[in-house]
Ligand binder design. Structure first.
Ligand SMILES: [Zn+2]
Length: 83
């Protein structure tokens, strides 16, 4: 019986860890900071939303496009070249 209680105790600890471990304030502050930097931008090729910091950019003078990967950027270039 006591073994079972210990098992439940461990599960409870794991559960709390999985939900984010350390208590509240500092973590939410960090999250708020990172959200500021990571604006989500839509990839015009595959329509995925990517964080700006990780996006592949393409400068077209008047406009800068952002893509989830080089593959999508290349696809976008090819599409523009062919009428
Ligand atoms: Zn893409």
């Amino acid at each position: 019986m006591s073994r079972l209680l210990i098992l439940f105790g461990l599960l409870y600890l794991l559960y709390r860890k999985a939900r984010g471990g350390s208590p509240g304030r500092t973590q939410s502050e960090q999250e708020a900071g990172s959200v500021k930097h990571d604006i989500l931008i839509e990839d015009p090729v595959c329509h995925t939303y990517v964080p700006k910091s990780q996006a592949v950019s393409l400068d077209r003078g008047d406009k800068i496009y952002y893509f989830c990967s080089r593959k999508c950027r290349d696809a976008f270039c090819r599409k523009e070249e062919q009428p």
